[in-house]
Design a protein around this ligand. Sequence first.
Ligand code: HEM
Length: 205
Amino acid sequence: MGENYRFRYGDSLARSPGAQLPTDGGTPPSLLDLAAPVESRVKFLGHALHQQLIPFPFGLLVTAVIFDVSYLITDSQELANVAYWMIAAGIIGGLLAAVPGLIDWTAIPKGTRAKKVGALHGVGNVVLLVLFVASWLLRRDQPTAPEALALGLSFAGVALATVTGWLGGELVDRHAVGIDDGAHADSPHSLSGRPASEGGRALAR
Ligand code: HEM
């Protein structure tokens, strides 16, 4: 294996400046595949839909737990009731967000770390949603006074979210999943109809 290569802006390999290439002139296609970003398959206004939807379940479910903690401190039934409805909305948001996430996951090349990280992230988030569904069902009879198990399940769900959320960040930041092919600091905007690999004024300097 040869030296480290640094690629030009606009090259799909530019995201892997440390990539090891053979010195015999040939670049294995498998390496090209691995080094290129994995573009999202489900976009809205040029951006990955999964990334646009996930703030809803995350925000709602984490805030529900904050309301639960506030309920435990203040004993305010209103806070518990708000948490109950936030959990319901968060579950619906999570189910909606999971669909484009799953579709994007199918685009990740088989046998890569990203594929495993994505599977762990996806399964972890499904477990998270199951925890919140169980918590919500336990609250249904008396939403204003949740029992200890119902509270424990949602606390466990948020603890799990810190792990699955981090794994989601790994997918984007470390494995370039949901990143446009050839993206760089001077790419044209995503509604321009031009590929992200165009542009690159920075090179001319
Ligand atoms: C409640 C459900 C889910 C939540 C809250 C969630 C959350 C996240 C977060 C926080 C990221 C990182 C986004 C960023 O840093 O910009 C992410 C990325 C990602 N997630 Fe999920 N996720 C969920 C379900 C799923 C499922 C079921 C899959 C299927 C395997 C999945 C696949 C992905 C993929 C492929 C990415 C990379 C970015 C993209 O393609 O849009 N997610 N997710």
